[in-house]
Design a protein around this ligand. Structure first.
Ligand code: ZN
Length: 456
């Protein structure tokens, strides 16, 4: 089932009265219609819009904030029996005329008769949005479209491209996790008006000041970027941009409510876990440490509590057994970026209703400390293997041999044995474990004593 677009003539053909059986086939058809309608974010859909020739319409207003508790309705052979004198004006759109909107005058209240899925006659009084959608759908069934009634001069086209270009965004991010999102926004012509990223930090042995990946990207494309020590001090600069939306991806600081409120649509956050599982600073590492089979991303509306706000979209992804924090972060970052550009226009147009998280199933992750990297060989080989993958970027996993730190960089499991593939002795480059052992009899002794480490 697919939606037929204007100017296809089918939309102009009045539908015939349904005289068939009220059996399961009708239910199947209406289910399909609901599915197509929801996929396209519609509130109503009628027979000829999907190539059916008998009088059936479906309506579901529950995605609208004010109509939360309304139920989906299937209307067979509907007819208006009464209309109010009072006329009201409202902007309408239609799934068969995507991107077109215009004001239409219609009676404020109506009374209709229709048959439900069991053939039972129903009388329904409607006002407000329901009356509006009912009249729009009944018009469809008689081959009429809202553009036939649109008030002169009110018809306008709003394309997704235009919404993108008009969207005023402030991008707030630091680490590589946010980079694909930023790149994909730019590709979709959503150019952030301002970028906020953490200050340059000393890194590496030389302790040279190093810019964040987001800062580097901003520099490359000449995007305005600021690096406040505390984001609250950037309040005025953010407010001056008059943002519609703040997009936050692993920035490194909590975003105060005052900042969130600078944007008319609030702030959305990209988080690398399926919330409410793994809230907090280290979801990727914790998922790997816990040897999870899958992970995912959540995009949610920021509120004052950490990773707590309602979910806009979530996407699950399998964790590969070879995944490290680095590879998993990069996969999840791409996934999050793709989902962001997929939902951002819909979200900006108010077509997505975020869903509250289930507080009862919330779990939390902790900050990782440098000492956490020290390997405890009393643990099981699978746990150590998981730790090495989880701490791959930072803090790394290490043992102290002869007073010197040796980083275990890469391992894998061979049945119940741990195979060390690569190590990095203090002050040296990453090397094969076998090469390292060759010139180091004390290390060989050390590892030989651990019965589950395979030495070849
Ligand atoms: Zn329509």
């Amino acid at each position: 089932m697919k939606i037929i677009n204007y100017p296809n003539k089918i939309l102009r053909q009045p539908c015939t009265r349904y005289s068939g059986d009220f059996d399961d086939s009708l239910k199947k058809i209406s289910d399909q219609m609901f599915k197509v309608m929801k996929k396209n974010d519609g509130l109503g859909l009628s027979a000829n819009q999907v190539g059916l020739d008998f009088c059936i319409s479906v309506i579901d207003l529950s995605p609208m904030e004010k109509e939360k508790n309304s139920r989906p309705i299937v209307l067979i052979n509907p007819q208006i029996t009464k209309s109010s004198q009072k006329i009201v004006k409202l902007e309408e759109g239609c799934l068969s005329l995507p991107n077109l909107f215009g004001e239409v005058e219609r009676p404020e209240k109506i009374k209709i008769e229709y048959q439900n899925l069991f053939g039972k006659k129903i009388t329904l009084k409607a006002e407000g949005l329901l009356a509006r959608v009912l009249q729009h759908e009944l018009d469809h069934l008689s081959g009429k479209l809202f553009i036939d009634k649109v008030l002169p001069g009110t018809l306008r086209e709003i394309t997704p491209e235009q919404v993108c270009q008009d969207l005023n965004i402030v991008f707030i991010g630091t680490s590589g996790f946010g980079l694909p999102a930023l790149e994909l926004l730019m590709k979709n012509k959503i150019i952030p008006k301002l970028i906020i990223t953490e200050p340059d930090k000393p890194a590496g042995r030389g302790k040279n000041l190093t810019s964040s990946p987001v800062k580097e990207y901003a520099k490359k494309f000449h995007l305005p970027a600021i690096q406040p020590i505390k984001i609250s001090s950037a309040y005025k600069k953010i407010k001056d941009v008059k943002p519609d939306l703040l997009v936050v991806a692993s920035y490194g600081q909590m975003i105060p409510e005052k900042i969130i409120k600078t944007a008319t649509l609030g702030a959305i956050n990209l988080h690398p876990s399926l919330l409410p599982k793994y809230r907090g600073p280290t979801p990727i590492q914790t998922a790997l440490l816990n040897r999870e089979k899958d992970s995912g991303i959540s995009i949610f509306l920021l509120d004052e509590k950490m990773d707590h706000g309602p979910i806009i979209v979530q996407k699950k992804m399998a964790i590969d057994e070879n995944d490290t924090a680095a590879s998993l972060e990069s996969k999840l970052a791409k996934l999050a970026g793709n989902q962001l550009v997929r939902i951002i226009v819909k979200f900006a147009l108010g077509k997505i209703k975020p869903k509250n998280q289930n507080e009862k199933s919330a779990t939390y992750t902790n900050k990782i400390k440098k000492e956490d990297g020290k390997i405890d060989f009393s643990k099981k080989p699978a746990e150590i293997n998981a730790q090495i993958k989880a701490y791959k970027i930072w803090p790394r996993s290490f043992v102290i041999l002869n007073g010197k730190r040796v980083i275990i960089d890469e391992t894998h499991l061979d049945d119940d044995e741990l195979v060390i593939d690569k190590v990095q002795p203090e002050g040296k480059k990453i090397m094969n474990f076998s090469d390292f052992l060759r010139g180091n009899p004390k290390a060989l002794d050390f590892f030989k004593k651990i019965n589950y480490i395979k030495i070849t």
